[in-house]
Design a protein around this ligand. Structure first.
Ligand code: CA
Length: 342
């Protein structure tokens, strides 16, 4: 950036701060906590198969602030919007390509071209343990046709809906299993950044709001160091037993750990039980210190995932869960039910 550009930005920032302070003086309500961001988790996945165009359009119509995309790569290196590395639990792959499993008996997205994936339909998620539909009250299994979307297709859909609905709904991309992809000579981070570049997200003014998220700190560090991205980065914090990355999430969740995260990320994504530890005998919520410690380190905190049909133990309803997370100071929530916030 040029020196005059920097001076211009400083002036704009100063103006903004002045305006904000004025607004706060005039309206005490503005000084209070902002409404947390509503992030549609895999689209409005409580109502239509996750990551389908229908789930995206519904989330948009429900006025979500952001719509989430989980990304994995196809054999021909197309970033596609799918949560799992395998197709088994969320598509009809076993009917269409019965003999395309790996030795572990599973169908991997990475073994199929994007054209091949177009022959499948997304469907209700099957629970791997029970073999049954995971959320039986949601869109029925075996019904309808829902194409697997590329990241590019989903960006075009959201940008188009932003035009027709005169909205600024953002995207919230998770780069999945970067090390696993790399072990098979695929660079998922570079592939995602190429699409983001093609759709204007490396321009000074981005076409929509955007976040990038990963469980793997190395992915986020690389985005800063190698891609010099200015897109806000979110460190997802899981449980060590999930084996999402070699990071130690128990350490990451401490005050010192969060301080370290703030050197390369702008915010964190935490699992709801890491914030709401439980409900005591009096029916009151017990919170961890993670939100306060993260705020202390200058990080915002988004929590995953709110589900009206799968509430934490001791919570009486969706609205109670949301009210408690707000009380704890949450800045955003990933939800399968974005309409429950409007
Ligand atoms: Ca995700």
């Amino acid at each position: 950036m040029t020196e005059s550009g920097i001076a211009d930005m400083k002036l704009k920032a100063l103006l903004l701060i002045t305006l904000l302070s004025l607004a706060q003086l005039l309206s005490p309500a503005l000084a209070q906590q902002q409404e947390p961001l509503v992030i549609a988790h895999r689209g409005a996945s409580g109502y239509a198969p996750e990551h389908s165009s229908v789930a995206v359009a519904l989330a948009h119509a429900m006025d979500a602030d952001y719509i989430e995309q989980d990304i994995v790569l196809t054999r021909d290196k197309v970033p596609v919007v799918l949560h799992d590395l395998q197709l088994d639990a969320i598509t009809n792959v076993a009917e269409v390509f019965p003999d395309r499993t790996r030795p572990d008996g599973r169908y991997y997205v990475l073994d199929f071209s994007f054209a091949e994936l177009q022959q499948l339909t997304l469907q209700a998620r099957i629970d791997p343990v029970s073999g049954q539909v995971k959320y039986p009250q949601r869109f029925p299994a075996g019904q309808g046709q829902f194409d697997i979307m590329s990241l590019a297709e989903q960006l075009e859909l959201i940008q188009g809906l932003n035009v027709s609905r005169n909205q600024q709904v953002g995207i919230y991309i998770e780069i999945k299993a970067a090390r696993w992809h790399r072990d098979q000579n695929y660079d998922i981070t570079a592939a995602v950044m190429r699409v983001l570049h093609d759709y204007g997200y490396t321009d000074e003014v981005r076409p929509t709001p955007v976040y990038l998220q990963s469980f793997d700190p190395e992915v986020l560090r690389r985005l800063k160091r190698e891609f010099h991205t200015l897109i806000p980065l979110v460190q997802l914090i899981g449980e060590n037993r999930w084996n999402e990355s070699p990071a130690d999430y128990d350490v990451m969740r401490t005050a010192a750990g969060l301080e370290a995260v703030s050197s390369y990320a702008d915010g964190i994504g935490v699992w709801v039980p890491q914030v709401l530890l439980g409900v005591n005998k009096q029916g009151q919520p017990e919170f961890s210190a993670v939100i306060t410690d993260a705020h202390e380190a200058g990080l915002f905190v988004h929590a995953y995932t709110l589900r009206a049909d799968d509430l934490p133990k001791g919570v009486s309803g969706y609205e109670q869960l949301y009210a408690w997370l707000r009380k704890a100071g949450i800045d955003g929530v990933f939800t399968d039910f974005p309409d429950r916030h409007r």
